[in-house]
Ligand binder design. Sequence first.
Ligand code: B12
Ligand code: SF4
Length: 476
Amino acid sequence: MKAKKLLFVEPPRHYWFVMGEYCPPPTTLVILAAYVEREIPNLEIEILDCQAEKMSWDGLEKYIESTNPSIVLTSGFTCNAYTCVKTSEIAKKVNEDIITIVGGIHFSSIPEESLNDFPEIDYIIRGEGEQTLVEYIKSLNNGKKVDKVKGLSFKHKGKIIHTPPRPFIKNLDSLPYPAYHLIEDYIKEYHFSMMAGKNTRYMVLEGARGCEYRCSFCTQWNHWGGMWRTKSIKRIADEIEYLNENFGGVFLWFTDDHTKLQVRGKKLYNELKHRKCKEDVMLFFQARTDDVVKHPDIIKKLREVGTYWIMCGVENHSKEILEEYKKGTNTPDAYKAMKVLNENDVFSHAMFVIGSRKDTHESIEQLRQFSIDLRPDFAIYTALTPFPGTIYFETAKKKGWIDDLNYSNYDMAHAIMPTETLTRKEVQEELWKCYQNFYGSYRRNIAGIFSKNKLKRTLYRHMAGQHVLSKFRRLI
Ligand code: B12
Ligand code: SF4
């Protein structure tokens, strides 16, 4: 069989209630589709975004029936991996001959388990997807055996085959621009109400892949081979300009897990400062607290070229817990980082994790107090989640700590494990108390709702309007 038509599907999904109402572009799919489009020009390629189309599972089935693709492809991480399985199941129901392919961190981390549990998945593309996907299609279309393609997992005569891992792409600038042109009809739908307002166009772009740190709860470093690769600064600035000028992208969220201000911050400022788009865009980055602290001057400069929002993984106040997480940061840096962001009018977003084995009612209470003392504009509390592919997952599995094996709950809002002294239910309750403590404060809410800062006003109205607290309460 030859592949003539590829259908990339962003399935119907639940959004993450903590961050309210949003519709994200299917970033992974536009990145993959662009590469295939360039490398195999005669292929018909389509991206169906069920979220933007507001299409149900029934609608998806009818769509697949009417378009008859040769291959259906989906991407997902742990909490939404089931939507990839369901999409593959529907494709097979419509036509058994449709080839189903999935990829991403979750499936790459547990290919064996996934192929055993879900016979509707034909292939898992592990790790970096672009080259493996193209080689797979070329092999298929040239009648060659696919077992020579690196980075694939599949079942053959009842046996699971994992081909050797694929080396990573050396130069990320060699990747084409994401194929937003394939989803042009949907573009007006992409927004992130809480972060930028319903009418501000939200797009996601990639400046780098991977991370050199080794946090025990994080999947990213492992997925990307424990290294950090960046596009050139010129290329990053060109992409910002491209999305802004061609597709009206304004709120631009960088996927980069480790921004590395030290290496790229100043250069990015120099590259953007002469470009007109800097006045129109709102850039969102993730940064480590130690990186922010070392470079207050760069934060100031990046603010001048459109950086509105920086998210820092503060994680915890306790030295022992930070060590357990192998985070390599400390609390003095957390205080300084929030101060640097606040002083430079960059919206400060701090992430916290509760539920370490050593956590007690008292230690979580201390974390709550710490998170208030830090004075971030926005605090998000999460439950320690043993994502497949993390060091934590392996340990937790071995020691029998995992209480909830339903991956659709692995969204960091559900408690998955107890601690040494708290039950899972108590961890869930503590999580609710964290939000209650930060967002239930009458004084802070009034100050937030009437803040001079537009982002802060939008955020506090969202927290009140979306009933985030009561949604957390319901999880207990
Ligand atoms: C942008 C983003 C979001 C956005 C929008 C995401 C979206 N479009 O749905 C928002 C803010 C909404 C979001 C929400 C959440 N997110 Co998020 N998010 C990201 C982020 C920063 C970028 C994703 C991205 O586009 N990456 C770029 C692409 C190119 O990388 P990629 O998907 O891995 O794809 C490559 C390969 O993996 C492979 N591949 C992947 N899929 C496929 C499919 C096929 C067919 C093939 C061939 C290949 C292939 O090829 C690609 C190119 O090489 C990632 C971190 C990261 N850097 O990836 C976190 C991340 C995916 N999010 C994460 C989490 C936990 C969440 C939330 C639960 C909330 C939270 N606590 O942060 C919610 C869940 C939402 C939901 N219910 O679905 C975790 C997932 C961990 C895990 N193992 O499950 C990540 C990894 C962050 C982290 N550091 O841990 N997220
Ligand atoms: S949590 Fe952040 S710093 Fe730690 S490994 Fe993951 S991406 Fe890197």
